[in-house]
Design a protein around this ligand. Structure first.
Ligand code: 5AD
Ligand code: SF4
Length: 472
């Protein structure tokens, strides 16, 4: 096997000014006339989470390794791929709309559906959209070369939908879309069975990557000039090294942080059940480990957590928060919450609001509950009306906004080290992230700063952003 390597997107197409986690929106296919495109050109649009963003980087790598080249619009592409999300109904609808746009204009192009919606809908996609030729879930990506062979030999119903796997997706080439932060998947799939969640069904069982492969990738990224790494997994902290070295998550964290040239190591998403004090001890002791923890709580009500099958109670969750707050670093904690899960009473909802007060999160990603196919909660009784779910969401977001406004005020006057990853041209500001993953938009008399580490002092704070100036 050849030595794996990484390519920055700037060597393939023009890089965007800011480092975004999703690929920037492009014209809808229906607005673009179909054209004669080279069959070896591809366009890949990504929906959903960071795991998907990084999967797309690897899928692109597979295609580049087979002589394909990336193009910027679907009209220029012979192969149009959508790496899809189905976590909530709206995400799935968006993808179906995108696929539907090709109904009358696919015109010889090969259209492929990858990711969670592909796995969830399977063969149905061919029935619903006969112009689609490839349907492949993430647990089958290691078979992509073989599936692409089939496409190239003219097969127009190619499927990779196997979930029964203990393998991970290893690529020889990965196209890196983010210029400043490199992702490394350390664990794929999920062995939990949260009642609302499609992921165990769409991504398959949990599989950890051998630590040697992870560390070799980290070293290659450092050699390529990356200083920040984000370890990815649906339940990143349940990592268990399958190789004889047998590292646990903390062991792997410490080892990645030791890689020469790596200044920042992040990880997401942690499951509270696998969140142990040792993680905080490791971060406290290791400067390269960032002091930000994303720890989805989902609900502040123990009965709802039980119904959700989250495997912890409100008090157990808050105990973990107290360990983090007792750590030696000024940790930032962010979380996810779902409102309107079946049976959620006003009292349950108020428990979620009071948990926000106790936890003092730095940001919360909140969603209204969306019933999903093949999940235990799909047909649960006592569904909450959509209108009431939306009301609860608005109340929760406003509650959290006030918490953040207060929390952020204390940063005014403080200085932070930022990794500069964006430019706000209109406001003549640069944007950088602190180790806590807070964005600071700042001014500077200097010119070129992207990718540099600078010190900036915060001069203004709002609930969602900080403004500052570079200090020398
Ligand atoms: N409905 C609403 N939100 C959901 N999430 C996962 N599944 C659902 C669903 N069916 C949210 C959870 C998770 C985040 C990625 O998406 O909060 O942590
Ligand atoms: Fe979904 Fe729960 Fe697994 Fe997270 S831990 S991916 S919410 S099933």
């Amino acid at each position: 096997m050849n030595k794996p390597f990484d390519i920055g997107i700037d060597s393939l197409s023009s890089a965007s000014e800011t480092s975004t986690l999703t690929i920037s929106p492009l014209p809808e296919p229906s607005q673009i006339p179909a054209s004669d495109a080279s069959p070896k050109s591809f366009y890949l649009e990504t929906f959903g989470c960071q795991m998907n963003v990084h999967d797309s980087e690897k899928v692109s790598g597979v295609l580049l390794g087979r002589g394909y080249h990336a193009v910027k619009t679907p009209s220029e592409a012979g192969l149009v791929l959508y790496n899809t999300c189905s976590i909530r109904e709206r995400a799935a609808q968006k993808v179906f709309a995108r696929i539907g746009d090709w109904k009358t204009i696919s015109n010889g192009k090969v259209i492929g559906v990858l990711g969670c919606l592909a796995q969830q809908e399977g063969e149905e996609i061919f029935e619903r959209a006969p112009w689609v030729s490839l349907v492949c879930g993430s647990a089958s990506y290691r078979r992509l070369p073989e599936l692409i062979d089939q496409i190239e030999s003219g097969n127009r119903r190619v499927m990779g939908l196997d979930l029964d796997t203990d393998e991970t997706f290893e690529t020889e080439i990965t196209r890196r879309d983010n210029l400043f932060r490199a992702y490394i998947t350390i664990i794929e799939g999920c062995d939990y069975s949260c009642a609302y969640c499609v992921v165990p069904h769409t991504r398959g069982p949990e599989r950890s990557r051998p630590s040697d492969a992870v560390l070799a990738e980290a070293r290659r990224l450092a050699d390529a000039g990356y200083t920040e790494i984000q370890l990815l997994g649906q339940t990143v902290n349940s990592y268990r090294d399958p190789s004889p070295r047998g590292l646990d998550f903390v062991g792997l964290l410490r080892a990645v942080a030791e890689v020469k040239g790596i200044r920042r190591v992040r990880f997401t998403t942690s499951h509270p059940n696998d969140f142990h004090r040792e993680i905080i001890d490791a971060i406290d002791e290791t400067p390269a480990l960032c002091d930000h923890i994303h720890l989805p709580v989902q609900s502040g009500s123990t009965p709802i957590l039980r119904a959700m099958r989250r495997t912890y109670t409100r008090d157990e969750y808050l105990e973990k928060i107290s360990w983090i707050r007792a750590g030696r670093r000024p940790y930032s904690i962010t979380s996810d919450a779902i409102v309107g899960f079946p049976g959620e009473t006003e009292k349950d909802f108020e428990d979620t609001l009071s948990l926000l007060d106790s936890a003092q999160f730095d940001a919360v990603f909140a969603f209204t509950y969306s019933p999903r196919p093949n999940t235990p909660a799909q047909h649960m009784p006592d569904a909450i009306p959509e209108e009431e779910k939306s009301r609860r969401l608005a109340v929760l977001l406003e509650h959290q906004r006030q918490i953040q406004a207060k929390r952020n005020e204390i940063f005014v006057g403080q200085s932070f080290e930022l990794l500069v990853d964006g430019r706000r041209t209109k406001r003549d500001q640069w944007a950088g992230r602190t180790t806590c993953n807070r964005i600071v938009n700042f001014t500077t008399p200097r010119e070129i700063l992207l990718g540099e580490y600078v010190q900036a002092r915060v001069t203004q704070a709002g609930p969602n952003s900080l403004v500052g100036e570079q200090v020398f």
